[in-house]
Design a protein around this ligand. Structure first.
Ligand code: HEC
Ligand code: HEC
Length: 158
């Protein structure tokens, strides 16, 4: 019993080493320079602000922000986002209204105003930049997956 355990542990060693070597190949956010060297920060990436609403990757995804948000205050005193996205102001702003979930607490009770857990909009909604991705993204849209499925009817709801 003991021997088997030892053998298993030994067998894991090459895997561990391979893992460490692989981790070193992975792109690092701070770039190729060692952390002991001070380098000039790269310029900020340009935000995409073309006002074109982005398709969601799945129905419950918080939609991405397609406009500039620089300088928009979200603090104890003010929530700039709600100056356009609240029900009251959508007519004059022509912004899509926050959905009803933003007025509900976690138990599904509808509140009189914006739910505190939905106050900090940018915890869930983010703008995009035109930066080159650090790693390739292999995400496949659900619709594409169902299109590729052979039309046998198997595994489909009756
Ligand atoms: C001056 C009005 C205004 C303000 C302030 C504003 N928005 Fe918007 N927002 C819009 C409009 C109008 C759209 C529709 C697309 C467009 O024109 O950019 C939009 C679109 C969006 C969308 C995309 C919705 C969808 O269904 O695709 C999100 C998410 C969003 N805004 C979040 C925010 C957040 C978060 C803030 C605060 C940091 C904010 N907005 C502040 C006007 C505003
Ligand atoms: C905890 C995460 C979270 C926070 C915080 C949050 N949202 Fe959302 N938001 C979502 C999700 C998830 C959706 C899509 C599903 C839904 O409507 O619930 C969404 C949808 C939206 C939509 C699209 C509504 C529609 O019917 O198409 C807008 C606009 C929006 N949010 C704006 C905001 C604004 C403005 C704030 C800040 C006041 C905010 N959200 C805060 C998660 C969040």
């Amino acid at each position: 019993m003991r021997k088997a355990g030892l053998l298993a542990a030994l067998a894991a060693v090459p895997l561990l080493i391979a893992g460490i070597l692989h981790a070193q190949d992975a792109p690092r956010l701070r770039g190729p320079e060692p952390f002991t060297k001070e380098v000039v920060a790269p310029p900020m990436q340009r935000a995409i602000t073309n006002d074109v609403r982005v398709r969601r990757n799945y129905p419950d995804q918080p939609p991405l922000i397609p406009h500039a948000i620089q300088g928009y205050e979200v603090s104890l005193n003010a929530n700039k986002c709600m100056a356009c996205h609240s029900r009251k102001y959508t007519e004059q702003s022509q912004a899509p209204m926050v959905s009803v979930t933003h007025y509900q607490d976690r138990d599904g009770n509808t509140l009189g105003g914006l739910a505190p857990r939905r106050y900090n909009c940018v915890a869930c909604h983010v703008p995009q930049t035109d930066a080159r991705p650090l790693v390739e993204n292999g995400f496949t849209d659900m619709d594409l997956l169902t299109e590729m499925e052979p039309q046998t009817g198997r595994g489909r709801p009756q």
